[in-house]
Design a protein around this ligand. Sequence first.
Ligand code: FA5
Length: 331
Amino acid sequence: MSDYQKLLDEAKNAATEAQSTEELSSARADFLGKKSSLTDAKKNLGLLPESDRASAGKELNEIRKLVEEVFEDRAKSLQNEAWNLQFENERLDLSERFESLRRGHLHLITQARDHLEDVFVGMGFTVAEGPEVETAWYNFEALNIPDWHPARGNFDTIFVNLGDPEEVMLRSHTSPVQVRTMEKHKPPIYVVAPGRTFRTDSADATHLPAFNQIEGLVIDKGITMGDLAGTIDSFVQAFFGSEVKSRLRPSYFPFTEPSAEFDISRPDGSWLELGGCGMVHPNVLSNCGIDPEEWQGFAFGFGIDRLVAMRYQLDDIRELVVNDARFLRQF
Ligand code: FA5
């Protein structure tokens, strides 16, 4: 029995030492093959007294089974090692590919629009929306621009071939949302309305044919031009930081009286026109069913694309629409 235990230990050592299937099968032959001590012992069973043969044979079979298991176990672990090595060698390094599949992000304009909404919501405004295809009533007439009015020409409108001529158009500004809001809601009103706007303008460094504006409208009691100037100033500070200044210049819009254009300061000291604003014209209030004797308000509308160009110091606003991923990825 102790001989068998020794044999089993030796078999384990030999199996563990074998580093390949060839080495293992030669070790296995040493312990279980024709010339092995176990095979000899089996041959010699016949030499034993008959009374001992059965138990000795049983014992021999058991030890043989144990030795076989030792080699089978080692064969399995060698196979696993070989597979692991093969997997390791054949593994494709895809990390570089994943690296180049960078996660996308929102476009600069969308980021700016979200940021603008946040700034105005922080100032107590709510966000409104309107359609991009409008009728002459919303885009012009209700805004105090009748069809004979020369100001219609300022808007370089893109008309849509629906209904009467020049009746349906891509909105040329976000001001129609003022009208839609006043028609639907009673004052006090504090809304901003960002959205896409369209004009026949040719694309250049400061113009796009499809661009974005954000409209603001406040209707309440006792509102003055001072509230307008203060609101614009607070917004400019919140959006750009305290180093950027804003100024109002007298201007003309049919839907506001008095009207102004507002500019913001560039780092080089020059000014960039960002938008128009003014006190809502009494005719506009009346057109929307609001009594101008009771309510006053101001409105403003400015270009989001220009604002982005200014904030990120882009020399050319067209960068925003050519969709060069190398450019967009920077932001
Ligand atoms: C208007 O569109 C008025 N609705 C603004 C307004 C609203 C005035 C409420 C008073 C009260 P204007 O045409 O100036 O005004 O355009 C406003 C801003 O839109 C411009 O200052 C500019 O920032 C931007 N903008 C106009 N045209 C383009 C264009 N083609 N490309 C990019 N931005 C433009």
